[in-house]
Write a protein that binds this ligand. Structure first.
Ligand code: NAP
Length: 515
């Protein structure tokens, strides 16, 4: 069934044509800066008085203003999506798939401008932004393929009766994405719901409302009918609980922090007056991902993998490595190699170059929180590289390597979501596994080892949703490494798969007596 699916290929920006197109896209972005973006409800564009300001994390300049949705307008959006559901849920899957394929085409056609907005709004470099766009395309193409298959229904054993078991859509979904993958996570969450015949309201992250707006516009252009996808930015603290608790909300698809995910899960469990269902919650949350390095590992390769996992996109990937658990006999060598890699990554950081290996962290709140952890790190270990930061122009934090960290230290257990790596010394592989599993999270993990026994042991005992060997813990590819975590990392939804789509479907079993 997977035959014929091909992952999208990232652009090579060393090719002059690509570089020039990207520069042109940045000129277009420049010309659009400061614009006001309305809500989109039932296709109607509504400007509100209250605005959310989108700021560049690299320069703090204003990129644009998103209208902020009130509770009244959020209610209107949910009612609108509810009405649209009546028709969309009965629209043949074939037509829904056609819209999704057309959307993939439009995203490809708008590739450079979407990449450029992503760079500006999330602070990614060009390669990271285009990698994200490829992931988005992979989600759209895989969901189109899976839906065509699910539309055949469940295979049953033949009987004398006429029997059928079909997948049907469930209702209005509240889509609540994070800022760190404003195109692929937001887009994947929206399209998985739409292609399965549901309708959505999307409350994007307050840090990246423009990328989400551009995407929703493309959804409408692709032919998803007005009302099926509604765009309602607003502070999570103001309208978040409201949309989650609304009686017509049928499911919530959330990706973000553990704290907000737990709150949503709790709020969604309450049955509101007039509510006729138990809400489904898909919640993909944080991580405290570990990479284990044993004595038999290729140390240079391990160091490169650790540094890349810990510091690219400033450590702001849920899959980022933030703990390295290293055997004592290779500890010093590994630390030295990681420091060398961190030095290379720092090149051009803070220069304002949007294509430097490392850029800014997302906002002042993140900057304050991460630098606070760096101050904790000074007490909990020895900073051997980095530990320096500046918010003079944008929110820049140097890649920070901390050695001699105790396994129970805060920086070895709490999600920092920034470029801070704690390196813990271990005396055995068993001890490494025990420490790796001691956090409440269970998202990604890697092991660098040439010892089969250790590899086999980790396959069974390392409790994470995405486990890698002799490879970094980031850069999961759709349908190669289905993504989703255990424990407090979430509901293990495994994005990009057919299983993922069944979160937004009911199975209806139909039987007719033929006598
Ligand atoms: P966040 O603070 O939890 O926000 C996520 C979304 O929830 C935002 O749209 C936010 O809106 C909204 N929100 C806030 N309060 C809410 C409430 N009471 N009810 C409903 N929605 C509410 O997370 P973030 O800072 O955007 O993203 C970083 C986190 O996401 C990290 O923990 C990272 O590990 C995790 N993450 C996980 C995955 C995964 O696949 N497991 C992928 C990416 C990121 P506002 O922006 O308006 O506050």
């Amino acid at each position: 069934m997977i035959k014929g699916f091909k992952n999208a290929v990232e652009l090579d920006f060393s090719v002059e044509e690509n570089r020039l197109k990207m520069e042109e896209a940045f000129r277009q972005v420049e010309a659009e800066k400061g614009k006001v973006y309305p809500l989109i409800i039932g296709g109607e564009k509504i400007e509100t008085e209250k605005k959310i300001t989108s700021l560049s994390p690299a320069t703090k300049e204003v990129l644009g203003y998103a209208s902020s949705c009130s509770r009244e307008l959020a209610d209107k959006a949910i009612q609108t999506a509810d009405e649209a559901f009546l028709t969309w849920s009965r629209t043949p899957a074939e037509e829904r798939i056609r819209c999704l394929k057309r959307l993939a085409r439009l995203v490809e056609q708008n590739r450079f401008i979407l990449d450029a907005w992503n760079v500006e709004e999330s602070g990614k470099n060009w390669g990271e932004a285009d990698g994200e766009l490829c992931e988005a395309l992979d989600f759209f193409n895989s969901y189109a393929m899976h839906m065509a298959n699910l539309d055949k229904g469940l295979e049953l054993i033949p009987t004398d009766e006429y029997t059928k078991c079909i997948y049907i859509p469930i209702g209005v979904g509240a889509i609540i994405p994070p800022w760190n993958f404003p195109l692929s996570i937001c887009g994947g969450m929206i399209t998985s719901a739409l292609v399965t015949g549901n309708t959505v309201i999307c409350k994007p992250s307050s840090d990246t409302p423009i990328v989400a707006y551009k995407f929703v516009e493309l959804c409408l252009k692709a032919g998803f009918p007005e009302g099926t996808v509604n765009y309602i930015p607003g502070a999570g603290s103001e309208i978040g609980d409201y949309i989650v608790e609304h009686p017509r909300t049928r499911f919530i698809n959330f990706t973000g922090s553990k704290a907000v995910g737990c709150r949503i899960n709790e709020n969604a469990a309450k049955v509101a007056e007039g509510q006729k269902w138990l809400k489904r919650v898909v919640a993909e949350m944080g991580g405290k991902n570990a990479i284990i390095v044993d004595s038999s590992a290729d140390i240079k390769k391990a160091a490169e993998g650790i540094a890349s996992s810990a510091f690219t996109f400033q450590g702001q990937k849920c899959s980022a490595c933030s703990r390295a658990l290293v055997m004592a006999d290779v500890y010093d060598e590994l630390v030295d190699e990681v420091v060398k890699c961190a030095k290379n990554l720092k090149e051009n950081q803070g220069s304002g170059a949007s294509n430097a290996p490392m850029g800014p962290v997302i906002n002042k709140g993140a900057y304050d929180s991460i630098t606070g952890y760096i101050e904790v790190a000074r007490k909990e270990g020895t900073i051997v590289y980095g530990g320096t930061y500046s918010d003079e122009t944008g929110y820049y934090i140097d890649p920070t390597v901390v050695r001699d960290v105790d396994k129970d230290a805060r920086i070895a257990n709490e999600e920092i979501f920034g470029p801070v790596l704690a390196i813990v010394k271990v005396n055995s592989f068993d001890e490494a596994l025990e420490i790796a599993n001691q956090t409440e999270y269970g998202l990604t993990g890697s092991v660098y080892s040439e010892t089969r026994e250790n590899i086999q042991k980790a396959k069974v005992e390392f409790q994470v949703g995405n486990l890698y060997f002799n490879r970094k813990s980031t850069a999961a590819v759709v349908l190669q490494h289905p993504f989703g975590g255990f424990n407090m990392s979430g509901t293990d939804a495994k994005t990009g798969t057919s299983d993922y789509l069944t979160n937004f479907l009911n199975l209806k079993s139909i039987t007719e007596d033929l006598n």
